[in-house]
Write a protein that binds this ligand. Structure first.
Ligand SMILES: [Zn+2]
Length: 154
């Protein structure tokens, strides 16, 4: 068992099939972000980082409890808040009452299928955003996110 992250991940950018993170790798990532790796945080982070999807807190809770010991909803929410605050996951407000968590921290945008609720990543390089207004005084841009809402053409 390697003590660090697994090295079988391909360097190819469009290779979406990556090996699951080892528990040691998850602990290393949490520590590097300044988060104390408690048992439950490791379990929650492992499910989130391995899924390569955009999960709501409720979906995450179901998956965590399918794999590991019972976690409470409060623990899931507290851990997600911590991961967001430490820059390990992005919180996406898709629409009212729909918040999902994105483990992909590289800048990117999303297609949102309003019928299925599914989010798909759009690489940031392919999107050009022009005509944004000047920022109010005393602030910096923390990023621009585009959500393209799509529905079946039928
Ligand atoms: Zn995404």
């Amino acid at each position: 068992m390697p003590s660090d992250s697994q090295s079988s991940v391909s360097a190819s950018a469009d290779d979406m099939v990556v090996a699951p993170l080892s528990r040691e790798a998850v602990i290393g990532r949490l520590r590097a972000a300044g988060i104390a790796p408690t048992h439950q945080r490791i379990e929650i982070a492992q499910v989130l980082f391995d899924c390569h999807e955009h999960l709501s807190a409720e979906q995450l809770l179901v998956r965590v409890n399918a794999r590991f010991a019972q976690s409470s909803k409060a623990t899931i929410y507290n851990t997600l808040k911590l991961l967001v605050e430490h820059g390990m996951v992005r919180e996406l407000f898709v629409e009212r009452d729909k918040v999902v968590y994105d483990p992909n921290m590289t800048p990117h945008h999303h297609f949102y299928d309003v019928d299925s609720g599914k989010l798909t990543d759009i690489p940031a390089e392919g999107v050009e955003i022009r005509g944004l207004p000047p920022l109010p005084q005393g602030v910096l841009s923390a990023g621009v996110d585009v959500i393209v809402r799509i529905r079946s053409a039928a």
